[in-house]
Design a protein. Sequence first.
Length: 337
Amino acid sequence: MTSRSKFLLLALALCCMLPARGQDGTLFMSVLASRRHRLNAADNPVVGLYVSTDRGVTWTHRGWREYLRMFYTEAGQDGTIWSACGNGVLRSTDNGTTWRVTTGWDVTEVVKVHVSPADPRTVFAATAYGVIRSTDRGDTWQKLTQGFHRTFTSDIAIDRLNPGHIFAAAEEGLYESANGGRSWRRATLPQKLVNVVIQHPSRTGEFWAGTEDNGLFRSTDGGRKWREANTGITHFTIYAVTFDPAHPEHMYVGTYGGGVFRSDDGGGSWVQKNAGLRNLDVHSLLVLPGSPDVVVCGTLNGGLYRSTDRGENWLFNSQEDSQVWGLSFLPARGGKQ
């Protein structure tokens, strides 16, 4: 064997030992609408669901190509994909090739959908008419509005430690259920319109809520007490809150008019990070698990942006003039989120 052949074999062996580049799972992007859409035009941009398997560099459309108002998409660990849409809750069991509308004619304007961490058959959805739940993979749905005064809800957070403990972000504030959504009471967060609610990725007693006009709030005791966490934030309509799963002290929020703010101390203080962003109405954010430097940012009418340096600089990625309402991630089987 020649020296050149030996060198090539050694190089190949070393490459095989290196960890594979790319993400260990699938990114989902939900595109609600585009300002470039024209009634009855043949060349309209395609909205709906896009997926990426290369850390958000490129995207492929999945599902219906008709004009479909899609707010958010999430997949359970059983592989079922759920989408919150203007015409109800959609389900795909074949990786997005075909879809079924699982809800009836009376369920519209579904804004969020979340799969129970305890059972992939149980799915909750936040709608303009309150919270709905299915316990049989969407074959049937129940309305869960007992205790609500006004029913419009925009988000749901299911407690990973106790899946019967749920928060719902609503137009009258934050609601809480201790029995899987059968009944609700107002949480102790001051009465404010809440856009988003999320649980900390490692501290299960910690929850965060982003409001319409009053910024960000944090609870460290399971939702019994809430405190403002707005130091450094200058725009107080919060649409998105996300964490670096591996380093949860690194957080990001997306605001209306103020772009992206980042915290490196667990939300104690915030710094604006907008270099390269041409649209500062940020509706969705996601840190890519396994690649903490990669952050994707969905805007309202400005499309998708991507950063490879933790938000220090942003580059336009795709979906020009579109509303990117939802971003989520499904780890590969056996992977960690």
